[in-house]
Design a protein around this ligand. Structure first.
Ligand code: ADP
Ligand code: MG
Length: 260
């Protein structure tokens, strides 16, 4: 046991930003008899934006959830900053500080203001100094372009505004990587854009972002690399410049035909 700890610690200690910040190797995952991830392998470099696209049920959410250990994997390996995510000895809180996640359902606390929602985890989970957290939270609320809404309750905000509070809440933990799982899918069309702008600005600031999205315009403009998944495998991938024009597999073509 001590040996495993030492091995994990030294692997993490050896990680340098020139190495992949997220590395998946032959990741497999089943729910009962249903194999949802059938050997997923890819690397993400620091500062990259990658988009995962694919039909409903193809395993995109499962994949994203495995990266911050919300789902266990059956075999293969996922490393974040050189550290094995599915090592039983991994400090899950440390991982979740490093890897922020935003979901389709933003799930803000309805009886807390925007500011209180953003402050909550650093104050209550990380026990950080309240005044410092508040100063940071106010800056983050500005960053997601919600200045003036600090004292608003979620019910007083549009879906897009609430989702931006949820993004600020995630950023309050100072993550190195952000995971976004269809964060605009439940929003009114007119508020989708403001959330995408926020994510784009984050990406331009150098945040490593992994997004599951159906927003092809965004993927084309912002992604460094696009992965198309279907039934638990990566069918095709590439930078947007070639991905959209040179998709060869009929499954990719069919999907893009439906969505574009
Ligand atoms: P996507 O996000 O691409 O729509 P998911 O990763 O949510 O796909 O789901 C992939 C498959 O795994 C689906 O068939 C789904 O029903 C199944 N699945 C997801 N989560 C669970 C779970 N906790 N238990 C059982 N089956 C699940
Ligand atoms: Mg999903």
């Amino acid at each position: 046991m001590a040996e495993t700890n030492t091995a994990a610690a030294s692997a993490a200690g050896n990680w340098t930003p020139e190495q992949p910040i997220v590395s998946l190797k032959e990741v497999r995952k089943s729910f009962g008899d249903l194999e949802v991830l059938k050997g997923i392998t890819f690397d993400v470099m620091k500062g990259e934006v990658i988009c995962i696209i694919g039909p409903s049920g193809s395993g995109k959410s499962t994949l994203i959830r495995c990266i911050n250990a919300l789902n266990p994997i059956d075999s293969g390996s996922i490393q974040v900053e050189g550290q094995e995510v599915h090592d039983a000895h991994l400090d899950k809180l440390a991982l979740r500080k490093k890897v922020g996640m935003v979901f389709q359902q933003y799930n803000l606390f309805p009886h807390k203001t925007a500011l209180q929602n953003v402050m909550m985890a650093p104050v209550q989970v990380l026990k950080q100094d309240k005044a410092e957290v508040e100063a940071r939270a106010r800056k983050l609320i500005k960053k997601v372009r919600l200045e003036g809404k600090e004292e608003s309750y979620p019910g007083e905000l549009s879906g897009g505004q609430q989702q931006r509070v949820a993004i600020a809440r995630s950023l309050a933990m100072n993550p190195d990587i952000m995971l976004f799982d269809e964060v605009t899918a439940a929003l009114d069309p007119e508020t989708v854009k403001e959330v995408l702008v926020t994510i784009k600005e984050l990406a331009q600031d150098g945040m490593t972002c992994m997004l599951v999205t159906h927003e092809m315009g965004f993927a084309r403009e912002v992604a460094d690399h696009i992965y198309f998944t279907d039934r638990g495998v990566i069918v095709e991938h590439g930078p947007p410049a070639t991905f959209f024009s040179e998709a060869k597999d009929p499954r990719t073509q069919e999907f893009l035909g439906q969505i574009l």
